[in-house]
Design a protein around this ligand. Sequence first.
Ligand code: NAP
Ligand code: MG
Length: 484
Amino acid sequence: MSTIIPAKGVFINNRWQPSSSGKTIAMIAPATGKVFGEIARGTAADIDAAVAAARHAFEKGAWGKLTATERGRLLTNFGRIVEKHAEELALLEATDTGKPMKQARADMVALARYFEYYGGAADKVHGDTVPFMDGFLVNTIYEPLGVTAHIIPWNYPAQMFGRTIAPALAMGNATVCKPAEEACMVPLRLAELSVEAGFPEGAINMVPGLGEEAGAALSSHGDIDFISFTGSPEVGILIQTAAAKNHIGCTLELGGKSPQIIFEDADFDAAVASVAGAIVQNAGQTCSAGSRALVQRSIWDKFIAALKAKFETIQAGTPEMDLDLGPVISATQRDRINKMMAMAERAGAKVLAKGKIADGAPKEGFYVAPTIYYDVERSSEIAREEVFGPVLAAMPFEDEEDAIHLANSTDYGLVAGVWSKDGSRALRVGKKVRVGQLFINGYGAGGGIELPFGGMKKSGHGREKGFEALYEFAAMKTLVIKHN
Ligand code: NAP
Ligand code: MG
């Protein structure tokens, strides 16, 4: 893009308004390292205004008066509008994050699907009748929480918007979102497009800015009722602390070190393709990236030979080149990943294979050659910590017990895949792996919109996606009616 996209401000009450800071943040395209736009640097005062707008929309405005069916229709409309603008949004997302165009297009399909799914679900959340004493009728009712805060990361800005905002709106909450400073052009455009979908003022408010400024102001705000956060475990602690101080709930989705466990009786070719694909998707910047390949010793040599051959065909390039992966998000992330690779090599890990950075990928872009390590010490950093880049640790295991032990030997617990044609073995092992999502003979990196998703251990708590997400954004009221 030749011209720079100007900052529009902060989006409150269906209008762009200047940020009280008057300052902007430059947006850098990871594929080229060049500035392609600007966003407003939102402040605590902007957050105050956004929360007040959401509160008004929820309690007194048109939004709070809509029926569940009417909310569902707005969400469904929004999905159609996303489809109408899909190519424009995909191009913006690809520029902002560096991801290949085919992936950005797939992200827009998922985004539209979030609104379609939760549009259909909005009027289907209902409570129960509880048997109680004679002379009583007892019902449970799900109600919206009120004003929900949404702090989202840069890896999937569009999908994350759909994943967290759509279920909150479906339940009738009014929302305030702080997108990530590294990539938020699509969420900002979506806020604007929500007006076209018919959302009344104050339902969707968006304040771009810095995490420690706008993000901290939002998460510690005294007039929010819930926080939905996806990002790093470190910031997750700050979010949970802020929520505790206001006695409100939060969901935390904090990443992982997710294993694919390959037994000797696995569908070999399918497993090789899945292991290679699940670490290069989104340049490894996926919370549920398959970042550990655990392979049974009896097929180890054959498996890593096939994996090496497959991996050496993988190429990173610009969005327009549309190869297997793009650059990583920033120079900071690239340097962090390179540092972790240097550390792995110092700890004795050996390079099994490296993908290529395509000729013609700009030197100023933030490219990392995808890398597989073997001879990985089980206790080393590369075996246990999230890289958030296209770096895979491959490790052999002996038997079922060893596989389970190794799979559970990180602080994380997000996703796992178990590959075996013996269904009983796959279930025996899979049931003992402590994760929020388990794939057998496949690996979905987070899975579809319909599939509840979330972590155990340091991967966080709460569930997003599927019907479960609606309950996170709801409060249950128990109605007790006495009659004669
Ligand atoms: P991060 O700092 O946790 O960012 C996530 C979101 O939190 C962003 O919107 C960020 O704003 C905001 N934030 C930062 N500090 C905050 C604070 N004090 N109070 C409230 N909100 C705050 O993640 P990152 O720095 O972008 O990435 C670092 C690492 O986090 C990655 O290497 C990766 O390991 C992990 N990560 C995980 C996921 C995931 O999907 N689970 C996604 C992204 C990153 P700013 O954008 O302004 O910082
Ligand atoms: Mg940050």
